[in-house]
Write a protein that binds this ligand. Structure first.
Ligand code: IVH
Length: 668
């Protein structure tokens, strides 16, 4: 074949393959058998191998990139990806409508859409070519997951017009794919995904695009990030444009002329929801007119022109067979309901925490009861109530034991707590749970060292405290159940890598009472290394904004223990990082500025700076900007049209500056 005819052939194959793929994946109406598609794709691969210069980024052969990424790059969204306010019932929907009608009068309509339960993504097209796909992240900055998104066959790699635009939608895993994936995982004795949403998110967060490609993900697009230049004047027209450009949109959407129609639509879907081939967790209601959307605007987090109606959680009935006790890392003894396995909200549930004895009394739960179960936040199984009329009289009352089920020492109820605790510091259950916490995801995040392996190592006496993890040897690990050469090597690598984890991970992992992940970060930033923290007095600790009495006491008490001092030395000599590596906070008193340590209020319109920028600059110079004027206010900056705050400041005889004076001081 000469290059000319190869070029022509490649172009024909692109068109045919794209058309077949569109019919199959977007329209759900395949027009040729799979084998024909595969034959044409192989033909294209052969030509591309012979003429590599004809391989383009939008070629149907380029959906699964070859290379494995090191990490995802950060992407700043050009327009923020907002979230939605919630409505839980009809009243909430009518409240929402009232606010819209106050701004819009009579003349407006809505579009209702299914709220797909997956993860929000943004797709960027440049001159018609799919150039970048990103996760929502915190709404401002997401991660570049282009390679993974390219594997979703309903995403066009090129759109029929050379447009530069950004479209947004929800990537998800259909129920069928989810079930197949989880059965395969269970067969390999791997932890199954909790629900299709987690499975979709997990798949798109893989650095190897071949994994995402194997997961049968799909997408529905639901908006154009920036409609300027498209000529579109309503949300529904935007969706129609997406259809014309070959994107997959959800066809269950409906334009509703008023809130009554919206409520009917919502009620209809409460019933039909289980029949859909994908999960939805609600209905999104959007004002149709883009002009009105613009007028209504957004709050910091969500648009005022849209709301998400959230379905009530699915509830099922099952038998409560038994109540088991477990001892957590802080010694709290928790009763757990053992249930006859039952499907609820997409997964099989067989355990539900009952939290404490008071809750069991309150709900009058007995062993042998039929109970209603749901998943709180659609994730955590919970016993809602007991079906008393199904009792036979054979049900048994449950009592919490007096002694620890693991070590036998007496349980105590601490002041103001409902929980019962084992306070024996040598209780093996607490030690084991502490070790599990140390290696967990938000702490030292040691892959391959899960609950089962830790429990085995602990039972065999191979680890007693967290420093022992760093002394584990290959031969010891090889003796564990189901640990082959490869998994042991990987595990040792993961342990080695964890040595350079941040100080905040280590501090959180140590499991100091009341010190969560956020406090661990603050302590790391403030003290810089573990020795300074160890030497910190209660006063030094409580001087930090976010650290209260309780946490300060717990930190001091923890570091006073001799065995803790030894543990830290052992961790250090094993090479575990104990230094803070990020930026240190600047203390107000270290800054030489007029604003340092002062409380400042901004009011009125700041012409040159804008309120946000002024706030940021003042804070950089050590000032604290608050929202309302009080006796504690040191200074009021009053822009144009300042109102009640200015009056109040004058009344309290607080110093007042105008914008000019502020600029002068900032530029000093
Ligand atoms: S519109 C500014 N439409 O729900 C409004 N969102 O909390 C942007 N979602 O992050 C969202 N289906 O992940 C919209 N038809 C739909 C949706 C939808 C699912 C998700 C999306 C968003 C979250 C809102």
């Amino acid at each position: 074949m000469d290059i000319k005819s190869a070029e022509q052939k490649v172009s024909d194959l692109h068109n045919l393959l794209n058309q077949y793929s569109y019919e199959y994946h977007v329209l759900d109406k395949p027009s040729v058998p799979d084998a024909e598609y595969d034959r044409l794709l192989n033909e294209l691969i052969d030509i591309e191998n012979e003429f590599p210069e004809l391989k383009t980024p939008d070629s149907p052969t380029q959906r699964v990139g070859g290379s494995i990424l090191e990490a995802f790059q950060k992407v700043e969204h050009r327009t923020p990806m907002l979230s939605l306010g919630n409505a839980f019932n009809e009243d909430d929907l009518r409240d929402f409508d009232r606010k819209i009608s106050q701004a819009a009068g009579e003349d407006y309509s809505y579009v209702c859409e299914l709220k797909i339960d997956g993860l929000a993504v943004s797709l960027r097209y440049e001159d018609g070519l799919f150039s970048q796909g990103a996760t929502r992240g915190d709404g401002t900055i997401g991660e570049d997951i282009t390679a993974n998104l390219k594997t979703i066959k309903s995403i066009p790699l090129r759109i029929p017009e050379p447009l530069t635009m950004e479209v947004r939608g929800e990537a998800f895993m259909p129920k069928k794919s989810f079930e197949a994936l989880n059965s395969a995982k269970e067969e390999r004795e791997e932890e199954p995904f909790a629900n299709p949403r987690n499975a979709a998110a997990g798949s798109l967060r893989q650095l190897d695009p071949r994994i995402a490609a194997s997961r049968n993900l799909d997408i529905f697009l639901y908006s154009i990030a920036d409609t300027g230049g498209t000529g579109v004047i309503s949300h529904s027209e935007g969706l129609d444009l997406l259809d014309r450009l070959g994107f997959k949109t959800n066809k269950e959407r409906k334009r509703c002329k008023d809130i009554e129609e919206v409520i009917q639509y919502v009620e209809g879907w409460v019933e039909r929801r289980p029949d859909l081939p994908y999960d939805i967790d609600g209905i999104v209601i959007k004002v149709d007119s883009l002009e009105l959307q613009e007028e209504l605007g957004t709050t910091a987090k969500s648009p005022r022109w849209a709301v998400a109606y959230k379905f009530p959680a699915e509830e099922v009935v099952t038998l409560l067979k038994d109540i088991e006790l477990s001892v957590g890392r802080t010694g709290v003894v928790t009763p757990t309901a053992i249930l006859e396995p039952v499907r609820v909200a997409g997964t099989t549930v067989q355990r539900a925490s009952l939290h404490n004895e008071d809750l069991i009394r309150e709900k009058d739960i007995k062993i042998g009861d039929y109970v209603v179960v749901k998943k709180a936040g659609d994730i955590i199984p919970e016993v809602v109530n007991v079906l008393e009329d199904r009792r036979t009289g054979d049900e048994q009352d449950f009592r919490m034991p007096e002694d620890c089920p693991e070590c036998g020492s007496e349980l105590v109820r601490l002041e103001e707590e409902v929980a019962l605790r084992c306070i024996n510091p040598k209780c093996p259950a607490q030690i084991r749970e502490g070790l599990i916490h140390f290696v967990s995801r938000n702490a030292m995040n040691i892959d391959g060292l899960g609950e089962k392996v830790i429990s085995q190592l602990f039972k065999e006496g191979l680890i007693v405290d967290v420093a022992d993890i760093y002394r584990l040897e290959k031969e010891q690990l090889l003796q564990l159940e189901r640990m082959g050469e490869k998994s042991v090597d990987n595990l040792l690598k993961a342990i080695e890598a964890s040595k350079s984890n941040s100080l905040e991970r280590l501090l959180f992992g140590l499991g100091i009472r009341h010190v969560g992940a956020k406090a661990a970060k603050t302590l790391s930033q403030e003290f810089g290394n573990i020795d300074h923290l160890r030497d910190a007095s209660k006063e030094a600790l409580t001087a930090i904004n976010e650290i209260g009495d309780k946490m300060a006491d717990a930190v001091v008490a923890y570091f006073e223990k001799e065995e803790v001092a030894e543990l830290i030395e052992e961790l250090k000599s094993a090479g575990v990082n104990t230094e803070y590596k990020g930026p240190r906070p600047v203390k107000a008193e270290d800054i030489d500025s007029y604003f340092a340590g002062k409380t400042i209020v901004l009011t009125g319109k700041l012409e040159k700076l804008g309120r946000n920028e002024a706030k940021q600059k003042i804070e950089e110079l050590g000032g604290k900007v608050t929202g309302s004027v009080s006796k504690k206010t040191d200074l009021l900056i009053a822009g144009e049209d300042a109102g009640s705050k200015l009056a109040k400041a004058e009344e309290l005889e607080i110093e007042v500056w105008d914008e000019e004076k502020l600029l002068g001081e900032l530029n000093r």
